[in-house]
Design a protein around this ligand. Structure first.
Ligand code: MG
Length: 257
């Protein structure tokens, strides 16, 4: 069993530097949205995804390996700040999807820290698997804010968990068996979700011919919608193991524009 990956990132139309980073190889896709402005958010997000590089080369990943890489990512940012104090305050979100071995069978592992998200898209629709670690998500959970109101709330960019902190942040982790029905996962930074609705994300994924096309088209859509932030998307699905007929049979009417 293997997976197909697509990945795309764009600086957007407003920012001068792309502070998002991405690693999508073999059985693993990880995205990170760095923050810190002058404190080099780009460096923080790059250091974080680099810690997954050796895992991307492994054939069988375990939950412990992923959790080890998340810890290493946090430490790598603290180590940078220790030798260059002017970098204090840099940090990053992190979210990802990996195909792992769990109890001897293939499972998906999904994780996040911060407000980068992972969605699952299948015939039943689109579902945000991750929970944002943000002030507005907490207000929504407490019933004090609607999702619509959150889109324009002044604290919408305030995140409550990020990498680059001591003590280390706790990642949320989900592990579940692979489904024969064909789940597709989108891991993305808020530069996508602030510009493109969940419904549109699902439509773009359904219309694309491959995870690679899907990732490129998602990023294009966010840039076209205004590109007010850096935008990054990784798209992951099990590689088809049967004939191309199934691909054709499940393609949406009209196919790709
Ligand atoms: Mg962002």
């Amino acid at each position: 069993m293997r997976i197909e990956l697509g990945a795309a990132t764009h600086v957007g139309l407003v920012r001068e530097i792309n502070e998002d980073s991405i690693l999508a190889e073999n059985n693993l896709a990880v995205i990170a949205d760095g923050m810190g402005g002058h404190a080099r958010g780009d460096l923080a997000s790059r250091r974080a995804v680099e810690q997954f590089k050796t895992l991307a080369a492994a054939d069988h990943l375990s939950p412990a390996q992923i959790e080890g890489a998340i810890d290493a990512a946090n430490r790598s940012i603290l180590d940078e700040v220790a030798v260059a104090p002017e970098l204090a305050g840099m940090g990053t979100t992190l979210a990802g999807v990996a195909l792992i071995q769990y109890g001897g069978t293939p499972h998906w592992l999904v994780f996040n820290i911060g407000d980068s998200r992972v969605y699952r898209i299948n015939r039943a629709g689109v579902e945000q698997l991750t929970v944002d670690h943000s002030e507005v998500a907490e207000l929504i959970a407490a019933g004090q804010l609607t999702r619509q109101e959150a889109r324009t709330h002044p604290a919408r960019h305030v995140i409550t968990r990020s990498l680059g902190t001591d003590p280390a942040p706790v990642a949320d982790v989900w592990i579940f068996p692979t489904s024969p029905d064909g789940d597709t996962f989108v891991a993305c930074t808020d530069g996508l979700t602030n510009e493109v609705s969940e419904h549109e994300i699902a439509a773009i994924v359904h219309a694309a011919h491959s995870p690679r096309d899907a990732a490129a088209n998602l990023v294009d859509a966010a840039v076209t919608a205004g590109g007010r932030d850096n935008v990054t998307a990784a798209v992951v699905a099990l590689a088809p193991t049967v004939t191309d007929d199934v691909e054709v049979a499940t393609a949406p009417r009209g196919g790709r524009a």
